[in-house]
Design a protein around this ligand. Structure first.
Ligand code: ATP
Ligand code: MG
Length: 217
């Protein structure tokens, strides 16, 4: 699958993931790269149906492990239908959240256990892991304030979790950074969006040996 480049963007609510992905894709396209941006379930009907089962308000009795398995199933379908073919075609795929979100949110913050959640996700992704994950680190209070200030999107179920929950998510991501230092790179997401973009471009250039270099004057 590895003709292309698979990059995932992670971080808590309001870290600036969507903002970064738009700017990064734009920068890459300007420099002649073929890039697709996606997020689970990514418009894949099977994955969307699985997701609607998870989100159905009538399913109040859903067990936490059932939920984790369904997320992994949805992830699998999006991966094989959209991500893997694009990579095989030599494209760059930038995905807004991936396995690390399940590990940080459900594994750590919800307390299912990162190892347990990783074991089902390892089965789901079957080796198709990103070559690089950008972790956008931010104080949850700052991230949530950005979302409230912008008022661009509905406040969702996760935003309404306690601040303590979001602190746990951050702790989960930091554990992942320690566990996967080769794959995950932390970026200070509290900086201005342009400074974040610049840092990420440098990281990508370093990681993929001159990815942008040909275009740098
Ligand atoms: N570096 C930044 N500094 C200040 N504000 C920012 C920065 N990056 C993004 N924002 C603003 O913060 C808000 C949230 O950003 P964005 O939607 O990109 O975050 P996200 O990580 O995708 O959030 P979500 O958890 O909702 O998916 C937006 O209004 C965006 O314009
Ligand atoms: Mg977003």
């Amino acid at each position: 699958m590895n003709k292309g480049i698979f990059i995932t963007i992670e971080g808590g609510e309001g870290a600036g993931k969507t903002t970064l992905i738009e700017q990064l894709a734009h920068t890459m396209q300007q420099r002649g790269k073929t890039v697709i941006t996606t997020r689970e379930p990514g418009g894949i009907p099977i994955a969307e149906q699985i997701r609607s089962v998870i989100l159905d308000c009538n399913h109040t009795g859903m067990d936490a492990r059932t939920e984790a398995l369904l997320y992994a199933a949805s992830r699998r379908q999006h991966l094989v239908e959209k991500v893997v073919p694009a990579l095989a075609d030599g494209q760059i795929v930038i995905c807004d959240r991936f396995v690390d979100s399940s590990l940080a949110y459900q594994g750590h913050a919800r307390g299912l256990g990162m190892e347990e959640v990783w074991s089902i996700n390892r089965f789901a992704v079957d080796g198709a892991m990103p070559q690089l994950t950008i972790y956008m680190d931010i104080d949850p209070e700052v991230g949530l304030a950005r979302i409230r200030a912008a008022g661009e999107r509905e406040v969702n179920r996760l935003d309404l979790e306690s601040l303590a929950f979001h602190q746990l998510v951050r702790e989960g991501y930091r554990k992942l950074l320690e566990q996967f230092p080769e794959r995950i790179v932390k970026v200070d997401a509290g900086k201005a969006a342009n400074a974040v973009l610049e840092e990420v471009i440098l990281t990508i250039d370093r990681r993929f040996k001159g990815f942008f270099a040909a275009d740098v004057q």
